[in-house]
Design a protein around this ligand. Structure first.
Ligand SMILES: CC(C)(COP(=O)(O)OP(=O)(O)OC[C@H]1O[C@@H](n2cnc3c(N)ncnc32)[C@H](O)[C@@H]1OP(=O)(O)O)[C@@H](O)C(=O)NCCC(=O)NCCS
Length: 449
């Protein structure tokens, strides 16, 4: 094993830990476009889903089958017909859809049954259960066009799906629904996944798609100045959708976005559009801070706020590596618990990414900013500065005229932000008595008035 492996693997694995804890017991509905299977991505997607499930996430997988149905139609010399962005399912198309769904189910079940040694599936036991969980109704005749066996979701069997998930199985749903008369209807994967996510009030709806996400300028070509918008607040997503042309094809920006918006409006907190073309995109989206595709979210994820007792564990986790390497002075849990109201934090999606504490010395009209930390993976994005500004506000609100820091390594950061170096003698008497002359920290002060 290479000597540096420990130093990369261990911190990397630990950085994932908060997400593993956060997602345990949550329900994710994954809508996988049939194109992903056609592109040969099924094996890796199954491996990633099995891993995510093994970390305690309940998964409902809804597969699409657009290219597979079209392939069958082509083999039968029958043209695929669409209207209003939806398939018109005549008798032949219904047969093709049933054949394609049957074939795909076998392939998916087989992919989850792999377990060869030295593969990510070694030792995994994923039980996949499918069923008649969806009741459908016909689309009917729209603008004079008879959609025949194309249907819409009428009801989702929440109890049946929940019990299956609680039993530890992964639920696999094909885009089919049945009417009370026993008739089968061809549905769209996107509608089924969205309806299931809403009915279950899932924690996430994730579309694994042929598009990489929604671009910052959605109607312009990709480019360095037009990256993927990783986080779209619901209101912004709705506004964007209102200005886009109606979606006809899965590659149209509005196509998946409309379902994400619908799900979020109906109580699913986060809906994601991620590319199946990127290997491991599910893992990257779920276990990495910024993710890889676009997430529509019904809340302000990043929150700059004052800490509460619930944040002690997160703060300890954040500052501990910097205490170990000597950048910060060691603080134990009791001390942080006692002083928790002095802390300001940035909380992103339940994980604490930045913190700082303010210890006032009112008699000297100053206060110490201590334990300023931004997690290594989000440094350099202005979070340190945001926390500093909030600490300054808090200090001003207390009537303090300056704040000071003691640092051994980060002097330039403070100098750039208006601090000036002073002699340790400058410190208020109460702080001077605790000054560690061996550590020889430098003292920097910033005037607030
Ligand atoms: C210092 C720290 C809080 C800054 O947080 P941040 O979110 O990365 O800061 P910002 O994004 O607001 O600012 C980034 C800038 O600071 C610079 N910077 C980061 N760490 C620095 C350091 N130790 N010394 C000097 N400059 C530093 C970056 O190069 C970047 O410079 P640029 O704007 O010219 O590109 C963060 O690096 C950290 O947590 N460090 C470890 C703990 C620590 O040293 N705390 C201070 C103890 S007194």
């Amino acid at each position: 094993m290479s000597a540096i492996f420990n130093f990369t693997f261990v911190p990397w694995f630990r950085s994932v830990a908060p997400y593993i804890h956060m997602h345990r017991g949550k329900t994710f509905v994954v809508g996988m476009a049939g194109e992903a299977v056609a592109a040969g991505k099924l094996q890796h997607i199954a491996q990633d889903l099995a891993l995510i499930q093994s970390m305690g996430v309940k998964i409902v997988l809804v597969h699409g089958f657009r290219p597979q149905v079209n392939e069958q139609l082509q083999a039968k010399g029958h043209a695929a017909r669409y209207s209003h962005g939806m398939r018109i399912t005549d008798e032949v198309a219904l047969d093709c859809a049933q054949e394609a769904a049957g074939q795909l189910r076998y392939e998916i079940e087989a992919a989850f049954s792999q377990g060869l040694p030295n593969t990510p599936m070694a030792g995994s036991t994923v039980r996949v259960i499918s069923g008649n969980f969806i009741t459908a109704r016909p689309v009917g005749i729209v603008d004079g066009i008879d959609f025949r066996h194309s249907g819409l979701v009428r009801k989702v069997d929440v109890g049946g799906i929940s019990r299956t998930l609680d039993f530890g199985a992964m639920v696999l749903i094909s885009p089919f629904g049945f009417s009370p008369t026993g008739e089968a209807f061809n549905l769209t994967m996107e509608e089924v996944a969205t309806s299931v996510a809403i009915a279950l009030q899932a924690d996430k709806l994730i579309f694994l798609t042929e598009i990489p996400g929604v671009r910052v300028k959605p109607l312009e070509a990709e480019g360095e100045d037009n990256p993927i918008d990783t986080e779209l607040p619901l209101a912004a997503a709705e506004q964007l959708l209102a200005g886009l042309p109606a979606a006809q094809n899965p590659t149209d920006t509005a196509f998946y976005l409309q379902h994400c918006v619908k799900a979020c409006k109906a109580g699913v907190e986060r809906s994601h559009i991620i590319p199946f073309a990127v290997d491991g995109s599910l893992l990257l989206e779920i276990y990495v801070h910024d993710g890889i595709g676009t997430m529509v979210v019904d809340e302000k994820l990043e929150e700059l706020r004052e800490a509460t007792a619930d944040d002690v564990g997160g703060i300890l986790q954040l500052i501990e590596p910097f205490e170990r390497d000597g950048t910060l002075v060691k603080r134990d849990r009791t001390e942080i618990e006692r002083d928790i109201s002095n802390y300001t934090i940035i909380d992103h999606d339940g994980v604490i990414f930045a913190c700082a504490a303010l210890y006032p010395y009112p008699e000297a009209k100053t206060g110490e900013m201590a334990a300023l930390t931004v997690s290594p993976q989000s440094q350099g994005q202005g979070d340190g500065e945001k926390v500093l500004r909030r600490v300054e506000q808090r200090a001003r609100a207390m009537g303090l005229e300056s704040i000071f820091v003691l640092t051994t390594r980060t002097m330039h950061w403070f100098l750039k932000r208006g601090f000036v170096q002073v002699d340790p003698d400058w410190l208020p008497d109460a702080r001077k008595r605790k000054y560690n002359w061996d550590r020889r920290s430098m003292v920097f002060v910033k005037k607030l008035v």
